[in-house]
Write a protein that binds this ligand. Structure first.
Ligand code: BGC
Length: 255
């Protein structure tokens, strides 16, 4: 058990990478706050995930882009488990549109969830960790697009590039408090965010052509790195990005 009795919160944990991280953390002994945004059947899904965990968890509703929600989410976890050791900023979204057609609304939606949301959860969690001491772990799920361009995803790339610099800055500012800050940068992982590509044979073929490993990643393959970064074994790791991408970022020029 690598996270025995640790307390974690994972944003956007009702599906995809967030769900896999919540499940893996619990399998390693952590108590997990499973955050979901109120919408459709998300509440039932999050409750079912919590029920299936081998440790005691809690489903916490809230929009990561609203300060009052994020403060309440963390407060609910702390009220139940007495502390918070690990926060995973995972909730994210993307809107595909040619740059010339992007509206203010598109831009603001993506930036407020992906970047403002990362700021909020990391600040609220860090304040709690500093208050309780000693130390903790902040993990941001960014993307290979924190570094590499992705045409028609300007807002997404800008948000993830922002998360890269947010994390690096926090690694410096929070080092005195022994709060490790790291990014995980997934490539193409088989999750709902990529469903349209997975369902379109032509788009899927093009995507696979970019991935040296020749397949999409699995959420569990991201979760295993999150476990390492959340564990004591990563105590000397801070300010780093871990790419989980089957080689996608190692762009080969082919012409
Ligand atoms: C995006 C996916 C994309 C992948 C690799 C992820 O961050 O969410 O849409 O397939 O990066 O390009």
């Amino acid at each position: 058990m690598r996270l025995k009795d640790k307390v974690a919160i994972v944003t956007g944990a009702n599906s995809g990478i967030g769900k896999a991280i919540a499940e893996r953390f619990a399998a390693e002994g952590a108590h997990v706050g499973v955050n979901y945004r109120v919408r459709g059947n998300n509440a039932e899904v999050a409750q079912a995930i919590v029920k299936s965990l081998p440790t005691e968890g809690i489903a916490v509703a809230g929009d990561v882009s609203k300060r009052e929600d994020v403060e309440r989410m963390v407060a609910e976890v702390v009220a139940k488990f007495g502390r918070l050791d690990i926060a995973v900023s995972n909730a994210g979204m993307e809107i595909k549109k040619p740059f010339l057609e992007v509206t203010d609304d598109d831009w603001n939606k993506v930036l407020s969830v992906n970047l403002y949301g990362a700021f909020l959860i990391s600040q609220v969690a860090a304040r709690q960790i500093v208050k309780q001491g000693p130390g903790g772990k902040l993990i941001f799920i960014s993307s290979v697009h924190e570094d590499i361009p992705f045409p028609e995803y300007a807002s997404y790339c800008a948000s993830k590039g922002g998360v890269r610099m947010l994390m690096r800055n926090l690694a410096m500012e929070l080092a005195p408090y022994k709060i490790n800050c790291n990014n995980i940068a997934p490539g193409a992982i088989a999750t709902p965010i990529n469903q349209a590509v997975l369902d379109d044979p032509e788009a899927k073929k093009n995507a696979l052509g970019e991935i040296p490993w020749g397949r999409f990643g699995r959420p569990e393959e991201v979760a295993s790195v999150a476990v390492f970064l959340a564990s004591d074994e990563a105590d000397y790791v801070t300010g780093s990005t871990y790419y989980i991408d089957g080689g996608l970022t190692q762009q080969v020029t082919k012409y």
